[in-house]
Every structure is written in structure tokens, then in C-alpha cells.
Design a binder for this molecule. Sequence first.
Ligand code: GLU
Length: 424
Amino acid sequence: MSSVLSYVQPTANSPWGTYLSQVDRVIPYLGDLARWAETLKRPKRALIVDVPIEMDDGSIAHFEGYRVQHNLSRGPGKGGVRFHPDVTLEEVMALSAWMTVKTAAVNLPYGGAKGGIRVDPKKLSLKELEKVTRRYTSEIGIIIGPHSDIPAPDVNTNAQIMAWMMDTYSMNVGGTATGVVTGKPLHLGGSLGRVKATGRGVFVTGREAARRLGLDLRGARIAVQGFGNVGSVAAELFAEAGAKIVAVQDHTGTIVNENGLDLAGLVPASRTDGGAVSFKGGDVVDNEAFWEVACDILIPAALEGQITAERAQKTKAKLVLEGANGPTVPSADDILAERGVLVVPDVICNAGGVTVSYFEWVQDFSSFFWDEDEINVRLDRIMMNALNNIWDTADKHKITLRTATYAVACERILMARQERGLYP
Ligand code: GLU
């Protein structure tokens, strides 16, 4: 995989390599706007920061932090912050680019950004976690802000971390700025419905896709990889709609039950140190067996690069709902398409989180807060309309839903680019 940039060396299946090939596939559908396509292959701005803190034992530890603003043509940067020991600049670049596509796909007035710290938060005390968060926020404070770039939760970050980020930024600017981050606690300008929004969006897009495929959710068998905020909420909503959750994989292993796992027991068990496999209502199987489980719907809701070519060959699913960002590598995407497996891509499937983040940001500016029903109804409508529009685009050009989503989104992004024009 050749890179146009000197500072990353993507491979075919690495996150930035995956993103570049997704962009290449949409270029033929962009018409005259293809003239601007190179802009999608270069992040606008990438900041690398050192995050030093004093640990509880008195030693000094340094962590690598990033904030990448991929594209700001349609509005301020928007995207989460991830704390994970494997975070790299290349990964954050891809995640920021997927945010650009995602916000455009659901037509939110944002560009795309993402941040991360290369740290294992499970190895930090609460005090150390707070110090890492505050120092990182202060370091990226030169490029974030309510009108320039608005972080939010992602893998291993939550409302408490957003509260520390909001407080740190506010202290530095000398006034409370709730609109600088979303996913905050409710009494600090957070929004009802935000915690469950990503999982709810996966459900809404999955429900619509199943309806169009003629797949009845009642009795449908679902396998979920990743049982955090996204996977567990989506599982609960599908179970409420009559589906059976037949397999769950988390960082502790894989548990299966062909009659359906009892979520009332599984969800609390998965929150303990023992994780999903500590639940007694299923059989623990080898992790690789997860990909061959007899199921109708597969929900990857963990990290990137999980659906490889080999796993794409094995899956029994008819429908894949990408709760995670970048879970399917390009070669696997081709295999799924050839095998007739429908993939609802990440950039629409998991856009529920950023959609309710947008509602939160709007509520913060107006200091007027909506009730949860209003949020869920608006979320449902935005996700449904976006999916239906993309579906029609896919039908018209005979392309996959992923390429159709990129076609709809990239047209909006590059049209904005063209209308704004180049400065100077
Ligand atoms: N981290 C989430 C995502 O990948 C949400 C981002 C946001 O709310 O800004 O979409």
C-alpha cells in the first residue's frame, strides 16, 4: 500500500490502509468533485503530544497522545477520544477520517476528528487516570473548543472522563464551556439518551436493513463481538424485539447458547472482572469458533480489523451490523459482497452516538434540555432517513452500502470544500 504521506506507512489491512481503499472505491462515483478527492487522503491537522504525569508511587510516567482533525469543511471537528495501549497515530488518523464520513453521512454540521492516548487505563488508579486526562486535555487545548473541535467518549472513555476534560478546558479558558465535549454527565450539560445512543443506532439501522431483506427479527439469531456500551445495548434492543443473542465475545472469551443467552444475567456478569465468560448460562468456546456460530446477524462492536478474509468466508450471517469503527478489512468486504452478505457499514451503522452528541451540543448552546422520548424519536428518524437514502443510492449504482455511504457523504464533504474554495 503506497502512501501519499511521509509520516504513515499503512498496509492493506491497517486502519488507514483500509480507509484509503474505501476512498479509492468511491472516486468513480464522484463526478467532477473527484478533482478534490485527494483532500480526503490527507488529514488537515495532526497533533502529537507528550502526556507526563506523576504516578501514585512517585515515579514519572510519559504517555503518547494524539488529536487528529481530518477534515473541517462542513463544520467543527467531532469525534471521540480513545484510551488504549495499542493506539497509534495511524489508527487515530483513520478513526478521524471515518468521523468525517460519518458526520456527513447523517448530515450533521461537523467535520471529522479523533483523539487517543497510548495507555492501558486498567493499569491506572482513578487519580492517575484523572491526571492523564487533564494533562492531555490541556495539551490539545490549543486546537479543541466548542466551535473548533469537540471530543466525546470512545473506547475506554466515559462521562467522568468527559467531565474532567470539560473542567480542564474551562479552567484554562476562564469560564464554563460545556459545549467543548459531549457525552458528559447529565447534570453537567449531558444529554438524556447519549449513553445508549450508539447501540440504539445500530438497532435502528439493523431493524431497517432486516425489514428490507425480509428477515424477521423475531427469532433471529445474533452474534455480538464486544460487549461494552455499543454491543450490550444493541443486544438488549434486539432481544426486546424478539431476537435471540446466541453468542457473545468480549476480552475474556466467547460464550454461546443456541437457545439465546439470558441478558438479564449476562450483562451484569460482563461488567465484573470475570467478564462475559463468568456468566453460567452458556458454554464457553474457543474465540475463533465465534466466527462460525450459526447466526443470522453478526454485530462486530469491538475494535478495527476483526473481520478478516478468512472469517468473512466462515460467517453464517446474512447481515453484518458494524457497531465498531473499521471492523472489516477490504478483502473481507469483497468476500462478504460476493457471498451475498449485506454489510451495514460503520459510518452509518454506529452514527447514533455522534448524532446524540450533536443533540447534546445544541442543547448546551441553548441551555434548554429535551426529554428522552424526543431524543430517541429524532435519532430514529435521522438514522432511518440516512439509511434509506443510502440504500437507494446503492440500488441506483449497484454498489455496496459502504460505497454508497461514501458516495453520499463524500459528495457533501467535497461540495462544501469546493463552495468554500481554497484559501488564499
Ligand atoms: N466515538 C464515537 C464514534 O466513533 C462518538 C463520537 C462523538 O460522539 O463525537 O462515533
